[in-house]
Design a protein around this ligand. Structure first.
Ligand code: ADP
Ligand code: MG
Length: 329
């Protein structure tokens, strides 16, 4: 049986020289980690917890869970326009299962290395499976992509595509309304990948912040309509959202229109960025998307009048009866 300290040493402490440009002065092994942010920059800090049977199914693939645990945290940095520095991992485990720990740590470090984001500390305890990551990033003062900066007349943009993660969840739950023939093995796998291994849009967020291209932003975790509502509330504005302009994922794009509208507008688990930008900056936003190979799509307009109006491709009002996800509702 692995001791707590053997477990940390074997799976989470990596014996290798610091990566070039690393801001970790002291990593795992002392009472605190020591990080050295670039002088003059602000520290961006965020935590996200993943709980078994709430955020993932019991028996979830540990490699994918390692990826997703960090991806959702990197997505918060992306939504702020911050550059990743490092993260801590608080882990409750029912037991020390080497196969699980091996898969989990490989999935975690594969994504961490892709983003030059080091694991610098954490806590390990026995308990029902629960993964809580706190991530640290940095951003120049005045450049962070906050939720309260949207202004009437701004375009509303979405990165990547929406709804495939929700489609994968619907398929797992055998929900009604899915065209099963259109969701063949290949498209089912594409959708499942979006649910289990989301792509945090860190490069796009940084370009939007560094170029002062966006006025407000967040990452879409609980469904676009609900999450956009947070920008509208913080910025004290309203919006008109063209539901038929929302970019559906490749699997969802083959599904009936009713499902497409519902899952793009309020799917959840997308981890795409929703941001607002002045009309005069359209070409610069498109160039930023192209520079980091992340498609960006214009889907609506910020309005002075509070409230969110959903419209179809002809501009006619649409009532989809949607709400965002609320853990306590
Ligand atoms: P403390 O007694 O100060 O709480 P611990 O014994 O819990 O310290 O942890 C020892 C070291 O291992 C610390 O540097 C801590 O940050 C690190 N650590 C513990 N659990 C993890 C983990 N799951 N991932 C990364 N580092 C961890
Ligand atoms: Mg501890």
């Amino acid at each position: 049986m692995l001791s707590e300290f053997d477990l940390i040493k074997r799976y989470f402490k990596r014996d290798r020289p610091a990566a070039p440009g690393s801001r970790t002065v002291l990593g795992i092994g002392d009472d605190c980690a020591l990080l050295a942010p670039t002088p003059g920059k602000l520290l961006a800090v965020s935590s996200d917890m993943l709980v078994e049977d709430r955020h993932f199914f019991a028996g979830a693939d540990p490699f994918l869970l390692g990826h997703k645990s960090l991806a959702v945290n990197l997505s918060d940095l992306a939504a702020m326009g911050a550059a990743p520095l490092g993260f801590t991992l608080a882990l409750a485990l029912p037991g020390a299962d080497p196969a699980w720990l091996d898969g989990f740590s490989r999935g975690l470090f594969a994504l961490a290395d892709e983003h030059g984001c080091e694991l610098v500390g954490g806590d390990t305890t026995r308990g029902p499976l629960n993964v809580c990551i706190t991530i640290f990033g940095e951003v120049a003062p005045g450049r962070a992509l906050r939720r309260d900066g949207a202004r009437p007349g701004d375009d509303i943009w979405i990165s990547g595509t929406l709804g495939d993660a929700r489609l994968a969840l619907a398929a797992c739950r055998d929900e009604a309304g899915i065209d099963r023939a259109a969701l063949d093995a290949a498209h089912g796998a594409l959708a499942a990948r979006r649910l289990h291994a989301p792509t945090p849009r860190v490069a796009l967020g940084r370009l939007l912040a560094e170029g002062a291209l966006a006025r407000a932003a967040l990452d879409i975790s609980d469904g676009l309509v609900g999450d956009l509502g947070h920008i509208l509330a913080a910025s004290r504005v309203g919006a008109v959202l063209d539901v038929d302009a929302l970019p559906a994922g490749p699997a969802l794009a083959r599904q009936p229109r009713a499902l497409r509208r519902r899952f793009t507008a309020a799917g959840g688990d997308d981890y795409e960025l929703c941001f607002t930008a002045p009309v005069a900056g359209r070409d610069a936003v498109l160039a930023a998307g192209a520079a980091c190979a992340t498609p960006v799509t214009r889907v609506g307009r910020i309005a002075a009048q509070p409230g969110l109006a959903l419209v179809d491709a002809d501009g006619a009002p649409l009532d989809l009866g949607l709400r965002g996800w609320d853990h306590f509702a």
